[in-house]
Design a protein around this ligand. Structure first.
Ligand SMILES: NC(=O)c1ccc[n+]([C@@H]2O[C@H](COP(=O)([O-])OP(=O)(O)OC[C@H]3O[C@@H](n4cnc5c(N)ncnc54)[C@H](OP(=O)(O)O)[C@@H]3O)[C@@H](O)[C@H]2O)c1
Length: 245
């Protein structure tokens, strides 16, 4: 697959102050993109942007709390005023809050919080940024998913995922997968490509620091963010290729 030249492209990564989001932003900046570090805590965003800038990248922080429509709208206004468009949106910010609970013991407050961030927040950001993405000659949206959200993999006989039953996190990410397909179908005539990424288990705060380096997980995200015109839309991918829905 052809990879677009990242130089001159404007990329917003939500939740980019740490973890896979940070590594994605860093890798896009290393390829020449201007990266906007979305962070709900602006000070954390500024620190991440400074780090990327110190390594020679072009980065700036944007305050963005994805569940707060006013914060997201302000970010979109700022990006519009400064750049007039957005080429790449990585919907990375998410929470996983229910460690060790079975579905039968779900905490409804936490369930709501996870859906609010992982699903509703992703939709708020996507819809607020779409007018800017439509101004790009090759808009790309990457939604961060997980292999756990694959209905095929979790329901397979003897699935290694059968023992992982985080209802809120997993089902909210399955909703993100569904949203990925729906947006891809809507936006197909515009050339904006929308795909879901499975970074694999990465050592971050969200995973209690188990797994591969976050920079390895970021690779597939960067690949999807820079898909050429012949690249897919409405798919689910990890570093090895297609993931079954
Ligand atoms: N780590 C893994 O093994 C793994 C595997 C599969 C998929 N993923 C996915 O990869 C993505 C990144 O996860 P990660 O492991 O890098 O997690 P992480 O280190 O916990 O980072 C999550 C980021 O999201 C931000 N965030 C959370 N809620 C937010 C909100 N309401 N508004 C704005 N920002 C918010 C966090 O900000 P604060 O710093 O302010 O909390 C942080 O920057 C997530 O979508 C996750 O589901 C991770």
């Amino acid at each position: 697959m052809d990879e677009l030249d990242a130089r001159g492209r404007i990329a917003l990564v939500t939740g980019a102050n740490k973890g896979i989001g940070y590594e994605t932003a860093k890798a896009l900046a290393a390829k020449g993109a201007t990266v906007l570090i979305g962070a709900r805590d602006l000070a954390a965003g500024l620190r991440a942007a400074d780090q990327i800038s110190a390594e020679g990248g072009t980065a700036e922080a944007v305050q963005i709390e994805i569940t707060d429509a006013a914060s997201v709208a302000a970010a979109a206004t700022r990006i519009g005023e400064k750049f007039g468009r957005l080429d790449i949106l990585v919907n990375n910010a998410a929470v996983s809050l229910e460690k060790g609970r079975e579905p039968s013991e779900a905490d409804i407050g936490l369930l709501r919080q996870m859906y609010d961030t992982n699903v509703v927040g992703t939709v708020i950001v996507t819809n607020a940024m779409l007018p800017l993405l439509r101004e790009s000659d090759a808009g790309r949206i990457v939604n961060m998913s997980t292999g756990l959200a694959s209905l095929s993999l979790t329901s397979a006989p003897n699935s290694p995922f059968a023992s992982i039953r985080h209802l809120g996190y997993i089902s909210s990410k399955a909703a993100v997968n569904s949203a990925t397909i729906l947006y891809a179908n809507e936006l197909r005539p515009t050339g904006i490509k929308v795909n879901a990424a499975n970074p694999g288990l990465c050592a971050t705060d969200l995973s209690a620091n188990k797994g591969q380096p976050a920079s390895d997980g970021a690779r597939v995200v960067v690949e999807l963010a820079l898909l050429g015109p012949d690249g897919p839309s409405g798919g689910f991918f990890d570093s090895k290729g297609k993931v079954p829905w």
